[in-house]
Write a protein that binds this ligand. Structure first.
Ligand code: F6R
Length: 606
């Protein structure tokens, strides 16, 4: 959702704030704004523009004010369209207090009428503006104490939020708060940062502080005070950011997505370190496995597809029943869940609201939570009983690639670990599978070395109105993932089907020239034979078939070869060409690859 940055310190604030916004633009990019104090008690200098950050940057020049503090925002609109007026920061009526917000304030209508009745004048259609007026009144009631005012305001708000505020009477101070939405503190030397994500300040400091639910943070260049809403001072939880600053740069690639596709071999290798060949004994420490009767994986979007693959592996290897649920649906159907249920939330960001809420629901019914997450210190792992971190590094492109592939690896690690626990698989089998896993980085590298012809081929279909993806067994969730990638990046209609379902309806979609991607990784299997029949069926009706396979597929028009691996591991190799198809199609259609329309990376609203 929105990206938030605050800076107070020794530098001119414009530079670190804009740099932070640039790194957070993946979170939302339909408008951007910045507020900077230009003199004690003076109205703040505010610049905001609809559109991408570039629009805002174009309005800034050498005459923009130099100041040692400031806040900035890049928006993904919820309440109020993406216009200049609705862009953040929002101001109080004196123009001295500025506020930026990520999330949704559910009771903003009632707050707005109350504040309008008191004489506050509103200029936008946003939920956020109610908060700045409320904060302005609360600050006056607290004799200018912005942190105390923030605590009062948070207590009155319903919904989810990260808030940052600055007032020109006390220009070095920035006050933030969070509930169900991310906010981290960057600890510098004579300077401090607040941001939605560590990427915003990673080039300045690697020291970060976690903020808990309903906590308020008050920073100046030399102090950081964290309190709960009652005003009690809380001890800071500091951690070191392990990501290298260069991980958040494009490094010569034309897009972050392409860079992240090419980082997949390393991401897999890093995720396996210390977790295979005898080092996996502690994977689930913190979880009481003895009483688990059922596993429920909850996730959204691409992470959901990783969960679907996980179901095949975990059930087969552990003998435990696994359900996979869309997080957004889970808690609204009163699912059967108790302390014999192990919930596995999968989330790259660790902040996805649907996943977080589903997990909290299960937890409140006694379930144990073992999350899979890529973001240290984020809310989902913090509220879990145990965590398996994927080591994909920062994923900046909105479309998930390397995070997905490491989520698959996490599923295999969990399946093998649980299989040993239940005794369904032998130690020899586990060792064999660990060896297979260890070979995946090289095999993904091989796929990447041979995808060039696929890029040319993809361009042939750039004007197609639709593309279909077929697969069976773990090839089915792989096909779903291929279709999702294409939809979000190429804005092209795409669907993934189980090969066997074709004849039950979807085959009617096939027309002369319809491109169909058939995921059929291991040719010598029964499933590949069945898929070959499906390929014949669609080809007979005019489809152009691109098969993803480790061998010859005579019925297909084109074959993209991938190396062989164990059947359950094939999505790791088969998904790579699908990512390349989506990437190339987006480029061919002139779309913004890293920031596709209407999307945001971390979806912190329900
Ligand atoms: C698609 C994509 C999304 C995310 C989904 C969950 O490319 O990135 O579908 O997978 O929004 O996000 P996380 O994993 O952060 O919970």
């Amino acid at each position: 959702m929105c990206g938030i940055v605050g800076y107070t310190g020794k530098s001119s604030a414009l530079t670190p704030v804009l740099e932070g916004l640039r790194r957070l633009e993946y979170r939302g990019y339909d408008s951007a704004g910045i507020a900077i104090p230009v003199g004690i008690g003076q109205p703040l200098w505010v610049e905001k523009r609809a559109g991408k950050l570039g629009n805002l940057e174009q309005t800034l020049d050498g005459t923009s004010p130099q100041s040692h503090s400031g806040i900035g925002h890049t928006r993904w609109a919820t309440h109020g369209g993406p216009t200049d007026r609705n862009a953040h920061p929002h101001l109080d009526n004196e123009g001295k207090l500025a506020l930026i917000h990520n999330g949704i304030i559910e009771n903003y209508v009632e707050l707005r009428s109350e504040l309008e009745a008191k004489g506050h004048h509103f200029v936008s259609e946003t939920d956020t503006e109610s908060v700045v007026h409320l904060l302005s009144d609360a600050r006056k009631a607290h004799d200018g104490d912005l942190a105390a005012a923030m605590r009062d305001v948070c207590a009155r708000l319903r919904g989810s939020f990260t808030l940052l505020a600055i007032h020109s009477d006390d220009p070095d101070r920035i006050v933030g708060a969070r509930r169900n939405s991310p906010l981290v503190v960057g600890v510098g030397d004579g300077e401090n940062f607040l941001a939605s994500d560590v990427a915003a300040f990673i080039t300045h400091t690697k020291r970060a502080l976690e903020l808990g639910q309903d906590e308020v943070v008050d920073i100046t260049p030399t102090s950081i005070v964290i309190t709960n809403l009652a005003g009690d001072v809380l001890p800071p939880h500091e951690y070191e950011i392990s990501w290298d600053a260069s991980a958040a740069e494009r490094g010569g690639f034309s897009h972050f997505m392409l860079k992240e596709i090419y980082e997949q071999p390393k991401a897999i290798a890093d995720t396996l370190i210390g977790r295979i060949n005898g080092f996996d004994a502690h994977l689930t420490s913190g979880i009481d496995l003895a009483h688990i009767k059922k596993i429920v994986i909850i996730a959204a979007g691409t992470a959901f597809h990783a969960g679907l693959v996980g179901k095949y592996a975990i059930e087969q290897w552990s003998g435990l029943a696994v359900e996979v649920e869309l997080a957004s649906e889970y808690r609204y159907r009163e699912p059967i869940v108790d302390r014999t249920t192990l919930i596995i939330p999968i989330s790259q960001s660790g902040e996805t609201m649907d996943t977080l809420m589903a997990m909290r629901y299960a937890k409140s019914h006694g379930a144990q939570i073992f999350s899979v997450c890529n973001t240290n210190g984020s809310t989902i792992p913090r509220e879990s009983d145990a965590v398996l971190y994927t080591i994909a590094g920062p994923e900046i492109a909105v479309a998930s690639t390397k995070a997905f592939i490491t989520q698959l690896i996490a599923m295999y690690l969990i399946g093998l670990h649980l299989g040993q626990f239940t005794g369904v698989i032998t130690a020899e089998f586990v060792a064999q599978m660990h060896d297979e896993l260890a070979e995946l980085p090289d095999k993904v590298e091989q796929v990447l070395e041979t995808v060039e012809p696929l890029r040319t081929l993809t361009r042939q279909f750039k004007d197609s109105s639709s593309m279909l993806f077929l697969g069976r067994h773990v090839g089915f969730p792989t096909a779903l993932e291929g279709a999702l990638k294409l939809k979000e990046l190429a804005y092209m209609h795409a669907e993934g089907f189980a090969g066997g379902e074709l004849k039950h309806g979807p085959i009617a979609l096939i027309d002369i020239g319809t491109p169909v991607v058939a995921v059929m990784p291991n040719v010598d299997t029964l499933l590949a034979e069945k898929m070959a029949s499906n390929v014949q069926e669609v080809k007979a009706r005019g489809a152009v078939v691109i098969a993803i396979s480790n061998g010859e597929v005579p019925a297909a028009n084109h074959v993209i070869r991938i190396p062989s691996t164990h059947d359950l591991l094939t999505p790791v190799l088969a998904v790579v060409p699908l990512q390349v198809i989506a990437y190339e199609m987006a480029v061919a259609r002139g779309n913004d690859v890293d920031q596709p329309r209407n999307l945001a990376k971390s979806v912190t609203v329900e």
